[in-house]
Design a protein around this ligand. Structure first.
Ligand SMILES: O=P(O)(O)OC[C@H]1O[C@H](OP(=O)(O)OP(=O)(O)O)[C@H](O)[C@@H]1O
Ligand SMILES: Nc1ncnc2[nH]cnc12
Length: 175
Protein backbone atom coordinates (compact mmCIF):
# COMPACT_ATOMS: atom_id res chain seq x y z
CA UNK A 1 0.00 0.00 0.00
CA UNK A 2 1.26 3.53 -0.78
CA UNK A 3 2.62 5.36 2.24
CA UNK A 4 1.86 9.09 2.03
CA UNK A 5 4.78 9.86 4.36
CA UNK A 6 7.26 7.87 2.26
CA UNK A 7 6.11 9.76 -0.83
CA UNK A 8 7.06 13.00 0.94
CA UNK A 9 10.61 12.02 1.90
CA UNK A 10 13.35 13.19 -0.47
CA UNK A 11 16.29 10.78 -0.85
CA UNK A 12 19.55 12.58 -1.58
CA UNK A 13 22.53 10.42 -2.62
CA UNK A 14 26.00 11.19 -1.26
CA UNK A 15 24.90 13.79 1.30
CA UNK A 16 26.57 14.93 3.52
CA UNK A 17 29.29 12.40 2.62
CA UNK A 18 29.88 9.96 -0.25
CA UNK A 19 27.94 6.74 0.24
CA UNK A 20 25.24 8.21 2.52
CA UNK A 21 21.65 8.21 1.23
CA UNK A 22 20.20 11.19 3.11
CA UNK A 23 16.47 10.89 3.85
CA UNK A 24 15.12 14.43 4.00
CA UNK A 25 11.83 14.80 5.87
CA UNK A 26 11.38 18.55 5.31
CA UNK A 27 8.70 17.94 2.62
CA UNK A 28 6.53 16.38 5.36
CA UNK A 29 6.80 19.33 7.72
CA UNK A 30 6.36 21.85 4.90
CA UNK A 31 2.89 20.40 4.31
CA UNK A 32 0.60 21.55 7.13
CA UNK A 33 -1.88 18.66 6.92
CA UNK A 34 0.84 16.03 6.69
CA UNK A 35 2.86 17.57 9.52
CA UNK A 36 -0.25 17.49 11.68
CA UNK A 37 -0.99 13.87 10.70
CA UNK A 38 2.59 12.79 11.44
CA UNK A 39 2.45 14.62 14.79
CA UNK A 40 -0.86 12.99 15.61
CA UNK A 41 0.45 9.48 14.91
CA UNK A 42 3.54 10.01 17.08
CA UNK A 43 1.35 11.55 19.80
CA UNK A 44 -0.98 8.52 19.76
CA UNK A 45 2.08 6.31 20.21
CA UNK A 46 3.48 8.43 23.06
CA UNK A 47 0.06 8.40 24.75
CA UNK A 48 -0.11 4.59 24.43
CA UNK A 49 3.25 4.42 26.25
CA UNK A 50 1.89 6.69 29.01
CA UNK A 51 4.61 9.26 28.36
CA UNK A 52 4.96 11.99 30.97
CA UNK A 53 7.53 14.04 29.05
CA UNK A 54 8.82 14.21 25.47
CA UNK A 55 12.56 14.48 24.82
CA UNK A 56 13.97 15.56 21.45
CA UNK A 57 17.61 15.73 20.32
CA UNK A 58 18.81 18.88 18.54
CA UNK A 59 17.87 19.89 15.89
CA UNK A 60 15.42 17.77 13.96
CA UNK A 61 14.16 16.20 17.18
CA UNK A 62 12.83 19.64 18.13
CA UNK A 63 10.82 19.89 14.90
CA UNK A 64 9.33 16.45 15.50
CA UNK A 65 9.00 16.38 19.28
CA UNK A 66 7.71 19.85 20.22
CA UNK A 67 4.34 19.51 18.44
CA UNK A 68 3.90 16.02 19.90
CA UNK A 69 4.40 17.44 23.40
CA UNK A 70 1.94 20.29 22.83
CA UNK A 71 -0.68 17.94 21.34
CA UNK A 72 -0.51 15.84 24.51
CA UNK A 73 -0.17 18.76 26.92
CA UNK A 74 3.22 17.44 28.05
CA UNK A 75 6.52 19.17 28.66
CA UNK A 76 9.34 19.04 26.11
CA UNK A 77 12.99 18.57 27.11
CA UNK A 78 15.71 19.40 24.57
CA UNK A 79 18.88 17.31 24.35
CA UNK A 80 21.25 19.91 22.92
CA UNK A 81 24.56 19.97 21.10
CA UNK A 82 27.46 20.95 23.45
CA UNK A 83 27.76 24.37 25.10
CA UNK A 84 24.26 25.56 24.22
CA UNK A 85 22.54 25.04 27.57
CA UNK A 86 23.27 27.70 30.22
CA UNK A 87 22.87 25.75 33.49
CA UNK A 88 24.56 22.56 34.84
CA UNK A 89 24.29 19.65 32.39
CA UNK A 90 24.94 15.96 31.93
CA UNK A 91 26.69 14.99 28.67
CA UNK A 92 26.90 11.86 26.49
CA UNK A 93 28.96 11.29 23.31
CA UNK A 94 28.01 9.19 20.30
CA UNK A 95 28.86 8.23 16.70
CA UNK A 96 26.73 8.96 13.62
CA UNK A 97 26.70 7.57 10.05
CA UNK A 98 28.70 10.70 9.20
CA UNK A 99 30.77 11.74 12.22
CA UNK A 100 30.47 11.99 15.98
CA UNK A 101 29.05 14.44 18.49
CA UNK A 102 27.80 14.93 22.05
CA UNK A 103 24.46 15.84 23.56
CA UNK A 104 23.72 17.61 26.82
CA UNK A 105 20.65 17.92 29.00
CA UNK A 106 20.02 20.20 31.96
CA UNK A 107 20.51 18.29 35.20
CA UNK A 108 17.05 19.28 36.45
CA UNK A 109 15.26 18.50 33.15
CA UNK A 110 13.92 15.06 34.14
CA UNK A 111 12.33 14.07 37.43
CA UNK A 112 13.27 10.67 38.93
CA UNK A 113 10.93 7.97 37.64
CA UNK A 114 9.48 10.09 34.80
CA UNK A 115 8.31 8.16 31.74
CA UNK A 116 9.99 9.55 28.63
CA UNK A 117 9.27 9.09 24.94
CA UNK A 118 12.09 10.28 22.67
CA UNK A 119 10.99 11.84 19.36
CA UNK A 120 13.24 12.44 16.34
CA UNK A 121 13.02 12.44 12.55
CA UNK A 122 15.20 9.41 11.87
CA UNK A 123 16.86 6.36 13.44
CA UNK A 124 20.04 5.21 11.66
CA UNK A 125 22.84 3.57 13.68
CA UNK A 126 21.07 4.80 16.85
CA UNK A 127 23.98 6.65 18.49
CA UNK A 128 21.76 9.69 19.02
CA UNK A 129 18.99 7.68 20.65
CA UNK A 130 21.42 5.72 22.85
CA UNK A 131 23.10 8.95 24.02
CA UNK A 132 19.69 10.54 24.70
CA UNK A 133 18.59 7.45 26.64
CA UNK A 134 21.81 7.56 28.66
CA UNK A 135 21.15 11.20 29.60
CA UNK A 136 17.57 10.45 30.67
CA UNK A 137 18.68 7.45 32.73
CA UNK A 138 21.53 9.40 34.35
CA UNK A 139 18.85 11.79 35.61
CA UNK A 140 16.70 8.93 36.92
CA UNK A 141 14.08 8.87 34.14
CA UNK A 142 12.88 5.89 32.11
CA UNK A 143 12.76 5.84 28.30
CA UNK A 144 9.57 3.87 27.63
CA UNK A 145 9.70 4.24 23.85
CA UNK A 146 11.04 6.19 20.90
CA UNK A 147 9.11 7.53 17.91
CA UNK A 148 10.48 8.49 14.48
CA UNK A 149 9.27 9.53 11.08
CA UNK A 150 11.90 7.22 9.50
CA UNK A 151 13.81 4.13 10.58
CA UNK A 152 16.66 2.62 8.54
CA UNK A 153 16.50 -1.01 9.74
CA UNK A 154 19.43 -2.26 7.67
CA UNK A 155 21.85 -0.10 9.66
CA UNK A 156 21.02 -2.30 12.65
CA UNK A 157 20.39 0.58 15.05
CA UNK A 158 17.62 -1.58 16.53
CA UNK A 159 20.06 -4.29 17.60
CA UNK A 160 22.00 -1.89 19.83
CA UNK A 161 18.87 -0.87 21.74
CA UNK A 162 18.15 -4.19 23.47
CA UNK A 163 14.39 -4.26 23.96
CA UNK A 164 13.53 -0.54 23.66
CA UNK A 165 10.17 -0.12 21.92
CA UNK A 166 10.46 1.78 18.61
CA UNK A 167 7.66 3.35 16.54
CA UNK A 168 8.06 4.74 13.01
CA UNK A 169 5.93 6.02 10.15
CA UNK A 170 8.28 4.77 7.42
CA UNK A 171 11.11 2.29 6.91
CA UNK A 172 13.75 2.53 4.19
CA UNK A 173 15.63 -0.64 3.29
CA UNK A 174 19.03 -0.62 1.62
CA UNK A 175 21.99 1.69 2.28
O1 LIG B 1 20.53 7.04 14.60
P1 LIG B 1 21.71 7.91 14.38
O2 LIG B 1 22.78 7.21 13.58
O3 LIG B 1 22.23 8.54 15.61
O4 LIG B 1 21.27 9.11 13.40
C1 LIG B 1 20.09 9.84 13.54
C2 LIG B 1 20.33 11.25 13.94
O5 LIG B 1 21.05 11.96 12.91
C3 LIG B 1 20.38 13.17 12.60
O6 LIG B 1 20.77 14.24 13.38
P2 LIG B 1 22.12 15.08 13.18
O7 LIG B 1 23.09 14.69 14.25
O8 LIG B 1 22.59 14.97 11.76
O9 LIG B 1 21.71 16.54 13.55
P3 LIG B 1 20.61 17.61 13.08
O10 LIG B 1 19.31 17.15 13.68
O11 LIG B 1 21.11 18.85 13.72
O12 LIG B 1 20.55 17.66 11.58
C4 LIG B 1 18.93 12.83 12.88
O13 LIG B 1 18.12 13.98 13.06
C5 LIG B 1 19.01 11.98 14.11
O14 LIG B 1 19.04 12.74 15.31
N1 LIG C 1 20.73 8.62 6.15
C1 LIG C 1 20.37 9.67 6.90
N2 LIG C 1 19.49 10.58 6.41
C2 LIG C 1 19.12 11.65 7.17
N3 LIG C 1 19.57 11.87 8.41
C3 LIG C 1 20.43 10.98 8.93
N4 LIG C 1 21.02 10.91 10.15
C4 LIG C 1 21.80 9.81 10.17
N5 LIG C 1 21.74 9.15 9.01
C5 LIG C 1 20.87 9.86 8.21
Amino acid sequence: MANIFKEHIASVPNFPNKGIAYRDVTPIVQDGKLYRLATHKLAEYAKSKKAEVIVGPEARGFIVGCPVATELGLGFVPARKPHKLPRPVVRASYDLEYGSNSLEMHKDAIKPGQRVVVCDDLLAISGTLRATKQLVETLGGEVVGAAFYVVLPDLNGYKKLSDLDIFSLVEFHGA
